[in-house]
Design a protein around this ligand. Sequence first.
Ligand code: SME
Length: 150
Amino acid sequence: MTKESRYESLLPQVKALCEGEEDMIAKMANVSALLHQEFGFWWTGFYRVQGDELLLGPFQGPLACVHIGYGRGVCGTAWKDERTVVVPDVEDFPGHIACSSESRSEIVVPMKKDGRVVAVLDIDSRELSTFDEVDARCLEQLVALMTGSC
Ligand code: SME
């Protein structure tokens, strides 16, 4: 099964989990569990925009940093630039915030509602170069389903 087809099989499940559910934290909790179980990532979770920082939201995996400033780390950069950031090797990303020393590569996808970033989906891997444009495209679709914008 290709990575793309694994994501494709998750999308209807995400849709079903999110339909009729208004509470974003509940949706984030189930979606992080779904992704984490399917792919066996090291860390899978959400940070929500709260004022001028990102605040840790539902996640699966080891303990993580609670507050991340605008433009800081990979998460804050994805928020500021309003685009998905794929990091093949975290050591090559200036300002990367190492919540876990095990993390080697990372992807952060902004979630937008009414044109504004309201949260980011952050996924960490213990292997280098885990994420590419397939992950970016599929995860962008996934977060759009969560806000009901696709
Ligand atoms: N590495 C992230 C911080 C969050 S943890 O990976 C869970 C960053 O640089 O923003």
